[in-house]
Ligand binder design. Structure first.
Ligand code: ASP
Ligand code: MG
Length: 391
C-alpha cells in the first residue's frame, strides 16, 4: 500500500464530467489498496474570471480581499470532487487550506508556507476518509486567509507530501509531462522521462508553467518523488529526481520567455546605484541585469512593467533607449555553460542573427540568449535539432 498525493490542475477539472472522470481514476487507486490525498486547483479559468470581476469593481483591489475571492475557486472544485468520490462509494471529505492547518506568511497573494499542522488531514486518513484539499491557499498566524501565488496548488501538494512523508506526489495536467521544447513551438518536442530537481527548478523559474517553482524547491529539500502526469491518458509522464539517479545530458531542454523589453539607461550624475534604488523602491521586478559601465545600465523587464519603470526613473536619466518585443531563450542542462562543443554549436546557430542577438548569459546549468521575439522559433528549432531534442 502506498500513500500518494495527487494534484489536479484547473484544465483537468474544467467541467463536472472531467471531475467525475478523475474521481473514477482516484477510486481505482483506492480500490487497489492505496491511500490517496487529493489536492485540487480551481475549475478551468475560474481564477482568471474572478480576477477579471475584481478588476471591474476596483482597478487595484485590496490584496486581502483578492485572497478571499480567489480561494473560493478551489472550494468549488474540492467540494465537487468530494461529491464525485462519494457518489462512487468512496468516503471523502473536502477541506480548505486553513482547515488542514497550512500556515503561511501574511503576504497576501504571494504567501509562503511556514508549516503544516495537518491534524484534520491525519485524522481523516486514519478514519479511512479520502481528504480533498483546496490547493493554493493557507492561513497566516494572524488568521488571515492567504494564497500562494498563481499556480500555487502544486506547492500545496508537495508541502502536504513532505508533511505526510508520502510515497510520491503526482501532479496531473492536460499535457503529457515536461517536454524538451515547448510543443507549441515544435510539435516534434520529446517528452522528458526523467529530469533533475535543479533542471526542473530552473525551467520553472524560466517560465515553464508545468510546475510552480516553490513546489520543486520543497520537493528537492525533502527528497520527494515528484511526477508530472497526464490527466487524460495512462502515460508515465515525467519524473523529477536527484541528478545522481539519472543520465546526465548536455542539453535537457529549451524554454523561452517573451513580451520583454530591453532598456538602456544613462543617468545624469552617473549614479547607477541611485537608479537601481528607484527600481527597488518601486518594486519593479527585473528579468535580467545586463551591463554595467560607469554611468549606464541595461535591464530586461516584462513589457507590462515598462511604464512603471520609466516613470520612476525619468527625472534622473539623461537618455533611455528601449527595445520592445524582446525574448530570452534558455537552454538548460549540465553542459550548457561549460561544454565548448555546446557553445560552439550555439554560437554557430546564432551567428546568422547576430544583429538581433543582444547577449549570452550563463549560470551553472543555464545558457540564456537575449534576442528579438521573431527569432525564438528559428533559434529554438535549430538548437533543438542540434542537441537531439526532437522526436
Ligand atoms: N487556481 C490558482 C491559479 O489559477 C492556483 C493553481 O491553479 O495552482 O493560479
Ligand atoms: Mg499549474
Amino acid at each position: 500500500m502506498a500513500l500518494i498525493v495527487k494534484k489536479f490542475g484547473g484544465s483537468s477539472l474544467a467541467t463536472p464530467t472531467l471531475i467525475m472522470h478523475l474521481a473514477k481514476r482516484v477510486s481505482a487507486d483506492i480500490k487497489n489498496g492505496n491511500k490517496v490525498v487529493v489536492v485540487v486547483s480551481a475549475m478551468g479559468k475560474t481564477t482568471n474570471d474572478f480576477m477579471a470581476m475584481a478588476k471591474q469593481i476596483a482597478g487595484q483591489p485590496e490584496e486581502r480581499e483578492m485572497d478571499m475571492l480567489l480561494t473560493a475557486g478551489e472550494r468549488i472544485s474540492m467540494s465537487l470532487f468530494s461529491m464525485a468520490l462519494n457518489s462512487l462509494k468512496i468516503k471523502a471529505y473536502s477541506f480548505t487550506g486553513s482547515q488542514v492547518g497550512i500556515i503561511t506568511t501574511g503576504e497576501h497573494t504571494n504567501a509562503k508556507i511556514l508549516s503544516v499542522k495537518g491534524e484534520r488531514l491525519l485524522s481523516a486518513l486514519n478514519d479511512g476518509i479520502t481528504p480533498i484539499i483546496a490547493g493554493f491557499q493557507g492561513v497566516s498566524n494572524s488568521k488571515e486567509i492567504t494564497t500562494l501565488g498563481r499556480g500555487g496548488s502544486d506547492t500545496t501538494a508537495v508541502a502536504l507530501s513532505a508533511f505526510l512523508n508520502a510515497d510520491r506526489c503526482e501532479i496531473f495536467t492536460d499535457v503529457d509531462g515536461v517536454f524538451t521544447v515547448d510543443p507549441r513551438i515544435n510539435s516534434n518536442a520529446k517528452l522528458i522521462n526523467e529530469i533533475s530537481y535543479d533542471e526542473m527548478l530552473v525551467m520553472a523559474h524560466l517560465g515553464s508553467k508545468v510546475l510552480h517553482p516553490r513546489s520543486v524547491e520543497i520537493a528537492q529539500r525533502y527528497n520527494i518523488k515528484l511526477l508530472v502526469k497526464p490527466s487524460f491518458n495512462e502515460g508515465d509522464g515525467t519524473m523529477i529526481t536527484n541528478a545522481e539517479n539519472i543520465e546526465s545530458v548536455k542539453v535537457r531542454s529549451i524554454s523561452s520567455r517573451q513580451n520583454l523589453a530591453l532598456i538602456n539607461f544613462k543617468t545624469a550624475d552617473g549614479n547607477i546605484v541611485n537608479l537601481m534604488k528607484r527600481l527597488n523602491k518601486a518594486n519593479v521586478k527585473i528579468e535580467l541585469f545586463i551591463t554595467k559601465s560607469n554611468d549606464s545600465i541595461s535591464v530586461v523587464v516584462d513589457q507590462e512593467k515598462l511604464n512603471e519603470l520609466l516613470s520612476c526613473t525619468e527625472d534622473i536619466c539623461t537618455s533611455v533607449s528601449i527595445n520592445n518585443d524582446i525574448a530570452i531563450i534558455s537552454l538548460v542542462g549540465a553542459g550548457v555553460s561549460t561544454d565548448t562543443e555546446v557553445l560552439e554549436k550555439i554560437l554557430a546557430i546564432t551567428e546568422k542573427y547576430s544583429n538581433d542577438v543582444f547577449g549570452f548569459f550563463t549560470d551553472k546549468i543555464v545558457l540564456s540568449i537575449v534576442t528579438k521575439q521573431p527569432y525564438v522559433e528559428k533559434i529554438s528549432n535549430e538548437a533543438a535539432k542540434a542537441f537531439n531534442l526532437l522526436g
